[in-house]
Design a protein around this ligand. Structure first.
Ligand SMILES: NC(=O)C1=CN([C@@H]2O[C@H](COP(=O)(O)OP(=O)(O)OC[C@H]3O[C@@H](n4cnc5c(N)ncnc54)[C@H](O)[C@@H]3O)[C@@H](O)[C@H]2O)[C@@H](O)CC1
Ligand SMILES: [K+]
Length: 235
């Protein structure tokens, strides 16, 4: 009897070990950085590289298309936005047509995100109305592409600001105009959802790419039919 309970408990702990809360994930990252095993910047580079690899693995036809695909990258004010700038730089290096839209100002980005914003563009632009700038972009000729949601990740606390909701809605219109060719990818967590709680509403998204281990929100997203990929960033 006790052996069965002990075995069940071990099994339960095994399942639990596959998920980290946002605080646990931050603690793992901090420990790796403080031990000198990796820098925050290197982790961000691995995260962005992992997102690009997941995109190419999920949709190989995008990379094989005759015309270069497009990427619309929505970057938020924190390190999730920093991941977005890494993705932008890496997709552009592959010949994709890439545009970034920053919610916030480059000067107020945290250091690693700012470094990547500047590596992407010597003069990263802040749009007073990112959704309006996004709507003004002409994507009609671009039959294949991705919208990258890098607005908020582990640091998000609801509610979603209206400006962010507008950016997601406007980007959603680009995807809706090309139902076959464009995909939506969320970095770490679809923006508007809290990492540590089941979602109230499951957003439209074709792929969620998270890092190291899933967070409490991810199993519910998978259960709702969303594809969730976990990338090893060497932690
Ligand atoms: N070096 C690092 O710290 C790494 C971070 N990673 C990425 O960084 C993310 C976490 O970064 P952060 O901790 O900066 O958090 P986020 O980028 O998720 O967001 C934090 C920012 O959003 C703002 N914010 C949160 N909720 C808001 C609301 N309701 N209204 C308005 N503003 C709001 C905060 O004030 C802050 O400016 C992860 O999800 C992951 O994508 C990965 O790149 C791995 C390495
Ligand atoms: K996100």
């Amino acid at each position: 009897m006790w052996r069965i309970i002990a075995a069940k408990r071990k099994q339960f702990e095994g399942i639990m070990a596959e998920i980290l809360t946002s605080a646990q994930m931050r603690a793992v990252e901090r420990a790796a950085i403080e031990a000198g095993r990796v820098s925050g910047l290197a982790l961000m580079e691995r995260a962005g590289a992992g997102v690009v690899a997941a995109i190419l693995e999920t949709w190989p036809a995008l990379a094989a298309a005759a015309a270069p695909p497009c990427a619309v990258v929505l970057c938020g004010p924190g390190n999730n936005g920093g991941d977005g700038f890494v993705v932008a730089r890496r997709l552009a290096a592959r010949g994709w047509r890439v545009a970034t839209y920053l919610l916030g100002t480059p000067e107020r980005l945290p250091p690693d995100a700012r470094t990547n914003a500047e590596a992407w563009s010597a003069a990263p632009t802040a749009h007073a109305l990112p959704a309006a700038a996004l709507a003004a972009g002409d994507w009609t000729e671009c039959r294949a592409g991705v919208v990258i949601d890098a607005l908020y990740g582990l640091g998000f606390r609801p509610p979603l600001p209206a400006a962010a909701a507008q950016m997601l809605a406007t980007a959603g219109q680009i995807v809706a105009a090309h139902p076959e060719g464009w995909k939506r990818v969320a970095i770490d967590i679809p923006s508007g959802l809290a990492a540590d709680a089941p979602p109230q509403v499951v957003p439209a998204c074709d792929l969620v790419v998270t890092f190291h281990l899933e967070k409490p929100v991810h199993p519910s997203l998978r259960a709702a039919g969303l594809a969730v990929t976990t990338v090893d960033i060497g932690l």
